[in-house]
Ligand binder design. Structure first.
Ligand SMILES: *Cc1c(COP(=O)(O)O)cnc(C)c1O
Length: 385
């Protein structure tokens, strides 16, 4: 039996579906949803997340980062298309075929290695075009050269090309240079696509939109919108509003272990980085960086207890933190909200990310497997993981 009185997460599947439905309303009618569930669904628990999307939102397309994640989806009953966005070792070609998984094709050399490793059929691929991210894919700085390379992938043995895609790197920015860059990426993508069509190739399913592209009006002409962060109710860029209502899917809770008075002049925690300048009440809370609670919140973050914002004092330890609860009605065993709402107060993963100079994506991905998850549908716990 799991102990749910230490640190645990609640995953609200209704909020997940709410976000997906609202996002869909912003898409052009010909753009379908591809739900990005890599990294254990951004730390939310991929089994339950993917199952809810398939069962309750009729999602037909999923994306993951690697073949283990893809096989995990198949094992838990996902029947729709699964695209691996990143590298898969060529020796896994037959596993891709047997599990009917779509693979990103990085470049011509990769296509040859992958195709020649396939012994049981053809590997289905979407060719990745590099239009400005400089990560993976065919270099599209010259449209004709890029189309030549793509053309050679079409004719590679053991490879079946079913689509093209690229990734936008500044679709979440309102800076004019970034906006221009995004347009140039989409233009390069369409340039290569149209060149291939004019040479008689079937370009299949063509997609370039991520979460940000869908909400900031770039999804026109993208057959799929690869919806990641907004699915989980977080911002592609916290500084920029999105024109839709969304609800965070994850909340993180912990528990007060002890409450005590720390006298003026006493220090708190490792390194003695905080010294009380007066007598204060301090709560020790059962969460630490081993749960994925960022150590960068030392002397910086806050937690919510009974609707009060309580500053973290001293360093975040591996398994515990201390917070200032002076003047707050609190006793051992009380619930602590680390991410989520308490009365009229709220802390989001994006708020925590701001304090740690990172993005909400990293905050939820970093929650460790020590933290049990309760999956909630219609206010009822339907699964525990
Ligand atoms: C992770 C990823 C996405 C999803 O990005 P979000 O910003 O979370 O929507 C889409 N496409 C690719 C290629 C990715 O790697």
């Amino acid at each position: 039996m799991l102990c749910l009185r230490r640190t645990y997460a609640k995953i609200y599947l209704d909020n997940l579906l709410f976000n997906a439905e609202n996002y869909k309303k912003l898409l052009p009618p010909t753009t379908e949803l591809m739900c990005v569930v890599k990294a254990d669904a951004y730390g939310h628990g991929v089994k339950e997340i993917a199952a809810a999307l398939q069962k309750r939102a009729d999602v037909k397309w999923f994306a993951v980062s690697n073949i283990d994640e893809a096989r995990e989806l198949r094992e838990c009953g996902i029947t729709g298309e699964i695209l691996i966005l990143g590298y898969t070792p060529p020796e896994e070609a037959d596993s891709l075929i047997q599990n009917d998984i779509l693979q990103a094709c990085l470049n011509e050399e990769y296509a040859r290695e992958l195709g020649s490793a396939a012994t049981s059929g053809k590997v289905r691929v979407h060719i990745k075009l590099d239009t400005g991210m400089s990560r993976i894919g065919i270099d599209c700085s010259d449209i004709k050269n890029a189309a030549d390379e793509a053309q050679r992938i079409y004719s590679a043995d053991g490879i079946s090309v079913e689509g093209l895609f690229t990734h936008l790197c500044t679709a979440d920015s309102d800076d004019p240079d970034d906006i221009e860059f995004t347009h140039s990426q989409i233009n390069k993508f369409n340039g290569v696509k149209n060149e291939l069509i004019s040479r008689g190739f079937d370009t299949g399913v063509c997609h370039f939109a991520n979460s940000a592209a869908g909400v900031y009006g770039y999804a026109e002409g993208s057959d799929l919108a690869r919806l990641g962060i907004i699915l989980y109710g977080l911002y592609p860029n916290h500084a920029l509003k999105v024109p839709m209502e969304m609800k965070p899917v994850l909340e993180l809770f912990s528990t007060v272990a002890e409450v005590k008075t720390v006298r003026a002049g006493a220090s708190i925690g490792y390194g003695r980085t905080f010294t009380a300048d007066r007598d204060i009440r301090v709560a020790t809370i059962t969460v630490g960086y081993a749960d994925g609670y960022p150590r960068l919140l030392s002397n910086r973050g806050e937690v919510l207890i009974n609707g009060n914002r309580c500053p973290i004092l001293g360093r975040v330890c591996m398994d515990q933190i201390m917070a200032d609860v002076s003047g707050v009605d609190v006793t051992p065993g009380d619930e602590v909200v680390l991410i989520g709402k308490s009365k009229d107060q709220q802390i989001t993963s994006d708020d925590i990310a701001d304090l740690c100079d990172t993005i909400g994506y990293e905050v939820t991905c970093d929650i460790t497997k020590r933290v049990p998850k309760l999956f909630i549908e219609n206010g009822e716990v339907t699964a525990v993981e």
